[in-house]
Design a protein around this ligand. Structure first.
Ligand code: DHB
Ligand code: MG
Length: 241
């Protein structure tokens, strides 16, 4: 009997979490045809359903506005869903440069951005990010960098994000929790190990003031968010300081 009560409570909790997610998405981050189109394109091309959630898209927009973003760099375009959220936070003369390793995915992302009427300010470049990033120095500094690509590349992408930003820029990375695997001392998941290294680095780098919190996948995954700080602010950015 106690077991049945416990099962009922677990089911009710799951239903409540689902209700909260749906309500927050509907209230703060309703999707329009262009966003739904990017999701449909991903499904039609058998791409994995690993887009950010609507509320995460809205959070990126809040952050972009908070730092007055005019230039945004995205590492990993997938089908252009997050790119639509990001590019919509830009002023008309702003610029989103999105890097995508797959030519096929890049074209799908371009089509998604075009359907959203954003082709004037959003560009998708094709190639391994580690090869494309060094060529962006002339277009830096970026006001916001969003990393959501192959996980083993995260530490390298962080190195470049630090080179390509300015004090006050934001660096956001998806999938920095991975069901807790990123936070364990030992992991047999190389993706989680790499995002764990990313977490440790942004938590301890004196150039950054960072936080990560679980806001996706039922509290199992989420963003790490860092702001690039003045060198003289280093004292406030150390772990727990
Ligand atoms: C994976 C990648 C993502 O960017 C994500 O949001 C979820 C999962 C993955 O490769 O497993
Ligand atoms: Mg992701």
């Amino acid at each position: 009997m106690a077991e049945q009560d416990e099962l009922r409570r677990l089911r009710e909790d799951a239903e409540t979490r689902h209700f909260i997610d749906e309500s927050l998405n509907a209230l703060f981050a309703p999707e329009d045809d262009a966003l739904r189109g990017a999701l449909a394109a991903a499904r039609a091309h058998d791409m994995p359903a690993i887009q950010i959630s609507p509320v995460q898209g809205r959070l990126l927009q809040v952050l972009a506005h908070a730092c007055g973003a005019r230039k945004i760099l995205e590492v990993g375009a997938l089908a252009g869903y997050s790119g639509i959220w990001l590019a919509r936070a830009l002023p008309p003369d702003g610029r989103l440069i999105s890097l995508e390793v797959s030519e096929k995915h890049a074209q799908i992302a371009r089509d998604s951005l075009a359907r959203a009427g954003l082709s004037d300010r959003a560009e998708v470049r094709v190639g391994p990010a580690a090869e494309l990033l060094p060529a962006l120095a002339g277009e830096a500094p970026f006001d916001l960098v969003f990393i959501d690509a192959d996980k083993p590349g995260y530490p390298t992408y962080l190195d470049w994000a630090l080179k390509l930003t300015r004090v006050g820029s934001l660096i956001v990375a998806d999938n920095c929790i991975r069901g807790g695997r990123s936070l364990r001392a030992e992991s047999d998941d190389p993706n989680a190990e790499a995002t764990g290294i990313y977490d440790w680095r942004v938590a301890s780098d004196p150039r950054l003031l960072s936080v990560a919190f679980p806001l996706d996948d039922d509290g199992m995954d989420g963003f790490a968010i860092s702001v690039v700080v003045r060198p003289d602010a280093a004292g406030v950015s150390g772990p727990g300081a």
